[in-house]
Design a protein around this ligand. Structure first.
Ligand SMILES: NC(=O)C1=CN([C@@H]2O[C@H](COP(=O)(O)OP(=O)(O)OC[C@H]3O[C@@H](n4cnc5c(N)ncnc54)[C@H](O)[C@@H]3O)[C@@H](O)[C@H]2O)C=CC1
Ligand SMILES: O=C(O)[C@@H]1CCC=N1
Length: 268
């Protein structure tokens, strides 16, 4: 099977790297197309990929095409792609907001799957939500799911609403975690720890907490109770967060990303 990734940026290249070793690709190397000459030059040094700088050479014969450009580049790209397509091809969008209908109309094609991946896919720990147009067959869905799973785990959702919603939780979510990490790093530095010690204190704390959460069937709220002694230090920190409405602010942030995904879909 010939798989083509269009757009070798943060997300496209991450997916390309994950899928490059998939047995589904059999004897064919993963194909990548990008318009940035510098990127092309550096990708050509990577023996896992067949790298292209023009669509005519890679698009017409591809079976599954992943589209990983920025949403605002999609319209121009679709116009360029349309004359080279055939009805057997399957399209998988990684783009935030851009709806199945917009992609179908833009490409004049029916077989489209929309996904929302996230960046931890770079270390095989991504989570991707996905949903499909009704013209996509069950076999095609299984093939794509197997490809998505090369970058971590995936969840099927029944409607595009949940693709936009997962953008607010998992797609943009790693940035919220990094925001929290950055805030704690800055606090550690202010307290006088070295760069190295601050990094160890913060990253080990995150890693340990996630591990506890994953290895036990206990809610984060219950874990908070296990850390916090009555009248102790943790309670002082949690009270400070509650007084400052931090929980509501985080939820507002997740909804802001969700709303922006919906808005991006309407911009098209
Ligand atoms: N970065 C992230 O964490 C996530 C990104 N996404 C989605 O992935 C898509 C790509 O985002 P990033 O990888 O972060 O962007 P990026 O800017 O890192 O990569 C985009 C790539 O597309 C290339 N490109 C631009 N126009 C092109 C064209 N006409 N043909 C071929 N290549 C073209 C650029 O040269 C660049 O290499 C976006 O639609 C975004 O919504 C989704 C989930 C997470
Ligand atoms: O910020 C963005 O628009 C993309 C989608 C989810 C993560 N990055």
């Amino acid at each position: 099977m010939k798989v083509l990734v269009i757009g070798a940026g943060n997300m496209g290249l991450t997916y390309a790297e994950g899928m490059a070793s998939s047995p589904l690709l059999s004897k064919h190397k993963l194909r990548i197309y990008d318009t940035d000459p510098k990127k092309i030059e550096s990708l050509r040094k990577d023996s896992r990929f067949d790298v292209y700088d023009n669509l005519e050479d890679c698009l017409p014969k591809a079976h599954i095409i992943f589209v990983a450009v920025k949403p605002y580049h999609s319209e121009g790209l679709f116009e360029q792609m349309t004359p080279m397509l055939n009805k057997e091809q399957l399209f998988v969008s990684l783009m935030a907001g851009v709806t199945l209908e917009t992609i179908q109309n833009g490409l004049n094609q029916k077989k489209v799957i929309r996904t929302m991946p996230n960046l931890p896919a770079q270390v095989g720990k991504g989570v991707t939500s996905y949903t499909e147009a009704e013209e996509v067959s069950k076999v095609e869905m299984i093939m794509v799911r197997n490809l998505l799973d090369t970058t971590g785990t995936s969840i099927h959702v029944d409607s595009e609403k949940y693709i936009d919603a997962s953008t607010g939780i998992s797609g943009s979510g790693p940035a919220y975690v990094f925001y929290f990490m950055q805030s704690m790093l800055e606090a550690a530095l202010k307290m006088g720890f070295s760069d190295y010690d601050s990094k160890v204190l913060v990253s080990s704390t995150f890693e340990g907490a996630i591990e506890l959460f994953n290895q036990n069937n206990i809610s984060p709220k219950s874990w908070i109770d296990k850390v916090a002694s009555k009248g102790g230090t943790t309670q002082a920190a949690i009270d400070s967060m509650e007084d400052n409405n931090v929980k509501q602010l985080i939820q507002d942030a997740a909804y802001a990303a969700f709303d922006r995904a919906v808005e991006l879909g309407k911009d098209k």
